[in-house]
Design a protein around this ligand. Sequence first.
Ligand code: TTP
Length: 196
Amino acid sequence: MTQQNTNKPLYLASASPRRKELLEQAQLHFEVVNAPVEEVALPHESPESYVRRIAIEKALSGFNKVAGKQIWVIGGDTAVLIEGKVLGKPKNQADSYRMLKHLSGKTHSVLSAIAVVFDGEVFSAVNSTDVDFKLLSDEEIKQYILSGEPEGKAGSYAIQGLGANFITSIHGSYSAVMGLPLYELNELLVQSGYKN
Ligand SMILES: Cc1cn([C@H]2C[C@H](O)[C@@H](COP(=O)(O)OP(=O)(O)OP(=O)(O)O)O2)c(=O)[nH]c1=O
């Protein structure tokens, strides 16, 4: 059986309440470190490479901020991919409207990257999960935006909230869509020596 090493120093480099909640679900003992990074894609960077790089940068930024020895730091990044276009967090309500209109009645992928840094060494993984959306009326989109939920969420929706009303099915990982792929995280914690 896999043993959890609760005495080892573990940090989550994230301001996302969803990532904190998911780590708590995994019964990990950790501290949060706030170490934001600039989230801008490089020219010709694939969506997968982009989310992986940002997750790694977040973990490294947290690692440098804590500046400790023998510590594990987790970073994550989540983006929505539809018809070759990457949707991040909305800038405003008009942006949310555009995103939800684009997702309506279609299948998109959620790319969720996870990185673990242990003493400067980087371990990373990317989960891709397909999400099917029902056709949304303008009224539904407007009401949803008024709920405030789209704010701060990649693609302007939350699977863990009212956004679940729009999802007919998912093919992959629920935790990854919500912001942190727990299966992959567990694997990386074993690979990096946090867990046996
Ligand atoms: C698709 C989807 C995304 N999200 C959220 C998870 C992430 O918080 C956010 C994507 O933005 P991210 O840039 O990945 O993360 P963040 O800025 O919120 O937090 P940090 O960089 O400090 O770790 O979207 C949901 O909560 N539910 C969903 O269904």
